[in-house]
Design a protein around this ligand. Structure first.
Ligand SMILES: Nc1ncnc2c1ncn2[C@@H]1O[C@H](COP(=O)(O)OP(=O)(O)OP(=O)(O)O)[C@@H](O)[C@H]1O
Length: 921
């Protein structure tokens, strides 16, 4: 492509998405780019000679009236053809605009456009790997493309033109090797999108970023080797108020309660007492600063701070926000490492192998290209940087790191392996930020990474023991195992025997043949077992395929003699097959001493299969405890995966592993739990340790809840447990619309279940109220991260969220003033974890409703309420659409979830219009 090329960036608005079904163009927009500048933008409307549907009028702002006097397409066709002549056609989803336009041109008796076309959606996916969404609006939000009126052809075309310029600039900075590979991978992209890379490659004086090096055919970002520093803080912790004030200046307010928390934590860290500290303080009171600041003053090479929180987004929030501010105010520097489970990191060796393989489809090419661009900019190799929550393509599973570190250490990959590097960084960092799942796993691992000596801080600690339970659990799916056998032994089997094992000895072939026939037999047996289970547990496959979940505990007595016999037979055959595979692997390694590239791929494949087989083996061993009637293990049949191809799994929970983990945790020298709700914690200490070793401190609140907050409960609510779901959802929709109508504040609406959220969203989304208010729903409008960002940014928006939206998110000031709780957050009694906890505490002779269900609902409600007030100047109303809060036998107890000073009022429908008065007082 010539450097003097003129890009015509086009956007069309149409009556609908299908020209084949008679849809027509109603607006044409085009921006021209030459010599790296947008030179001109034109826009005009076109009479489509048919009615424009109201929703299209609403979406595009182009009405029937507007186009009545506009020219027909046949009249503007020569102009369009002339404008686009000898340009390169560019569009955001070029498939749509290019084909639509060509169809209309042909219909009008003109020739199709004889120009190249390139697509900015694909280019954005590749060149902007860290974006979480690629619609023009999403990119405009994060990159500021100047788009103020989306779905206006002129504005969209211009925004796409600015996007193209940014893409060109970004591509220019890439290493030559990466660009050449991208060009090769682009060969099967739609239209001539590959020409874009040719255009960049032939540019003179590219502004290539030199901060990279080449390794095994890929370009990686040059990373700093973390040296073990002689870090020592010779600064003393600021004991005096004046010292703290001086430190906080320009960054933090002086909040007396917070300073007290800090001093308590500091005293604890330097004391020699053998105890753990539980710091319960209201949400939003500023716990993060209160524990981090003293801990950083005390951290040393031998005693780093190990900070664990409950989710990955919170891990990032801590590092990217809280710790960054502390870096600015503290008079010393400190190193930080984020530590996550191994599968979060990319496996470079797999990437290189995938690149060397010839055949791939378009999705794989785009994903691989995106990965290569990201490798030139990532310091961490943490795939969370590029994979948003909805990324389910198998490609992303393939490139995750899974090999045991001992298998990598002795290879050429060791030096650049991201997981090994993260371990190394953690061993040298002053602050290790991890998550509860990692901590729970690591604490009992033979291969533990986290130091045992250090200052352990568990934030959102009320979740910690849930993770201890979860990692003491495994899951075995017969269906997934069948697939594994089918794909790896039966399908690949004959090919391997014929092609790869050709030079092999007879024994290897016999092993493989035996493996194939064992697999066939295992699949047959597995089918039967699934059948018996399905019958014994009386669940309906149709329900499952429709995503309805089913979870039930399995008792050995419930299984028929036949099922038990089949399970035993299956176990023997499973073991035999696993051993056979180990023999085969050993044999293959012996006969391939000199590896060429191809046989190396074969061996890698076998290794990967071995690893997956080992995982199945372990989870099956756990399941096997069912037949052995092993004490301490519990088994559930579960269809909670909501996946057709995973019809049911057997979940095994091992209580002894859970207890071992707890005991290990209790051995730690310095451990601080922080949360707004630590009610359940002492119970564990009473059960597993001596009570005296936990010191609990309840920090007072810095907020004036009487003035700052209020709870409203509508007078005429339907009883949530006594009405059909549909009526309940309609009631929610009714109140939500009323609330949205009566206030211009931003509103967060919390649900207990995703399906209720989705149904209520469907009921309200088309209401004209949302023509002027942004409405976002979890699972529908992008990732959690993005939803929160948009909610914070857009005034008066309404956000529907469940689960993780109840806690952790920081929405200070105006970004949240009204919180709607649709239902008291009791866990579903069906939930496996709920059942485990209930049974556990019931076996301790407690009533599980009062020891498990209610405290947990209180904890969650407390967290939800905590979203409202994040600052002494904030004001917020919680509207509760569940009157069990006041009319139930446990109402006194559940009300303790909110501060006692918060006024609770009933509200009649006609008084909703006065909600706003609270904010004006
Ligand atoms: N001294 C301070 N001055 C100004 N802002 C502060 C101060 N301390 C904390 N904040 C801010 O107050 C908000 C709440 O702080 P933080 O997230 O630490 O609360 P928290 O107690 O951990 O709440 P939650 O339990 O809900 O997570 C954050 O936006 C934080 O930056």
């Amino acid at each position: 492509m010539k450097q003097s090329v003129r890009f015509a960036v086009v956007d069309l608005e149409t009556t609908g998405s299908s020209y084949k079904q008679g849809d027509r163009i109603i607006q044409f927009g085009c921006s021209f780019i030459q010599n790296n500048k947008v030179t001109e933008t034109i826009e005009f409307k076109i009479n489509p000679e048919r009615r424009i549907a109201p929703e299209i009028e609403q979406l595009t702002g182009v009405t029937n009236e507007m186009v009545e006097k506009s020219p027909y397409f046949s009249e503007v066709a020569p102009l369009i053809a002339q404008l686009l002549d000898s340009c390169v056609f560019v569009a955001h989803n070029v498939d749509f605009d290019f084909n639509f336009l060509n169809f209309e041109l042909e219909q009008a008796g003109y020739e199709k456009l004889q120009v190249s076309a390139i697509d900015t959606v694909i280019l954005s996916r590749i060149l902007l790997p860290q974006e979480s969404a690629y619609s023009l609006q999403a990119l405009n939000e994060s990159m500021d493309l100047g788009l103020t009126k989306a779905h206006d052809a002129g504005e969209d075309a211009q925004a796409t033109a600015y996007l193209l310029l940014k893409l060109i600039n970004k591509a220019e900075t890439l290493p030559q090797l990466t660009l050449s590979t991208l060009y090769q991978l682009a060969q099967n992209y739609p239209f001539q999108t590959d020409n874009f890379f040719d255009f960049i490659l032939t540019k003179q004086n590219r502004a290539e970023n030199k901060n990279h090096f080449y390794f095994e055919g890929i370009a990686l970002k040059e990373s700093k080797i973390i040296e073990s520093s002689n870090y020592r803080v010779d600064k003393q912790y600021p004991q005096e108020l004046s010292d703290k004030k001086a430190l906080f200046e320009n960054y933090y307010e002086v909040r007396p309660h917070q300073l007290e928390m800090m001093d308590v934590i500091h005293d604890y860290l330097i004391s020699s007492k053998e105890e753990h500290l539980a710091m319960e303080a209201p949400s939003g009171s500023g716990k993060t600063l209160a524990y981090l600041l003293p801990a950083l003053y005390e951290a040393s090479e031998q005693h780093p701070v190990i900070l664990s929180t409950y989710s990955i987004p919170l891990q990032h929030q801590l590092v990217e926000e809280d710790i960054q501010t502390l870096k600015k105010i503290l008079p010393f520097d400190f190193s930080i490492a984020i530590l996550k489970g191994q599968s979060h990191y990319v496996d470079l060796e797999v990437v290189v192998h995938l690149l060397r393989q010839g055949e791939r489809d378009q999705t794989e090419s785009v994903n691989l290209s995106k990965l290569l661009v990201w490798l030139t900019e990532t310091n961490t190799g943490d795939l969370d940087e590029i994979i948003n929550e909805n990324h389910t393509h198998p490609f992303w599973k393939k490139v995750r790191s899974t090999k045991h570190h001992s298998m990598i250490s002795s290879t050429i990959w060791a030096e650049h392996d991201f997981f090994l590097r993260s371990r190394q960084a953690a061993s040298k960092a002053r602050v290790i930020v991890t998550n509860h799942a990692f901590l729970a796993h690591d604490i009992l691992s033979e291969d533990s990474i986290l130091p045992k000596e250090g200052y352990f801080i568990c934030d959102e600690a009320h979740h910690l023991f849930d993770y201890f339970q979860q990692v003491s659990t495994s899951e075995f799916s017969f269906y997934a195992f069948q697939n594994f056998l089918d794909q790896n032994f039966i399908e690949k089997g004959s090919f391997f025997i014929r092609e790869q094992l050709e030079p092999a000895n007879m024994r290897t072939k016999v092993y493989y043949q035996q493996l194939v026939s064992n697999s066939e037999y295992l699949i047959e047996e597995s089918e039967k077992i699934q059948h018996f289970f399905t019958k014994s547990f009386n669940f309906n496959i149709e329900d499952i395929s429709q995503g309805r979940s089913f979870q039930k505990e399995i008792q050995l007595e419930q299984l028929t003699l036949r099922t038990k016999r089949y399970l035993q037979g299956f176990s023997h055959l499973f073991l035999e097959t696993f051993e056979l595979f180990q023999l085969l692997l050993e044999e293959v390694l012996l006969i391939y001493p000199e590896l060429n590239d191809e046989s190396q791929l074969f061996i890698d494949d076998l290794y990967e299969t071995y690893q997956r087989f080992t995982d199945y083996y372990h989870s099956y061993q756990d399941l096997n405890q069912l037949i052995l009637n092993q004490k301490g293990s519990k088994h559930w049949i579960s269809t909670s995966n909501h996946r057709l191809n995973d019809q049911f799994s057997i979940v095994t929970y091992q209580h002894d592993l859970f207890e071992k983990r707890i005991r290990e945790l209790f051995k730690l020298d310095k451990l601080i739990y922080c949360s707004a709700a630590l009610e359940g914690l002492e119970k564990y200490y009473q059960l597993y340790h001596q009570e005296s070793t936990l010191r609990k401190i309840i920090a007072p609140s810095p907020f004036n809840y009487r003035k700052q907050t209020k709870i409203l409960i509508p007078e005429d609510l339907l009883p949530v447990n006594a009405v059909p779901n549909k009526d309940y959802e309609e009631m929610l929709a009714h109140y939500i619309k009323m609330i949205v109508e009566s206030t211009s504040q931003s509103i967060l609406i919390l649900f207990n279940s995703i399906s209720t959220l989705e149904n209520v969203y469907s009921l309200i989304k088309s209401d004209p109220l949302f023509d002027r208010r942004a409405l976002f729903a979890q699972g529908i409008h992008g990732t959690r991260h993005r939803l929160i960002r948009r909610f914070r940014k857009i005034d008066q928006s309404v956000l529907l969220g469940s689960h993780s939206f109840w806690e952790g998110i920081d929405l200070p000031g105006q970004s949240l003033s009204i919180l709607v709780v649709t239902r008291l957050p009791f866990e579903s009694p069906q939930d496996i974890w709920h059942q485990i906890r209930s049974q556990y505490f019931t076996s301790q002779k407690d009533n599980s409703f009062y020891t498990v269900s209610l405290p947990r609902a209180k904890e969650k409600l407390k967290q939800g309420f905590g979203r409202l007030i994040r600052h002494p100047d904030d004001k917020g109303i919680m509207i509760l659409l569940d009157d069990r809060f006041v009319y139930s036998k446990y109402s006194d107890e559940i009300q303790k979830a909110v501060p006692s000073e918060t006024p609770i009022e009933f509200i009649a429908d006609e008084d909703f219009s006065k909600i706003n008065d609270f904010f004006n007082d």
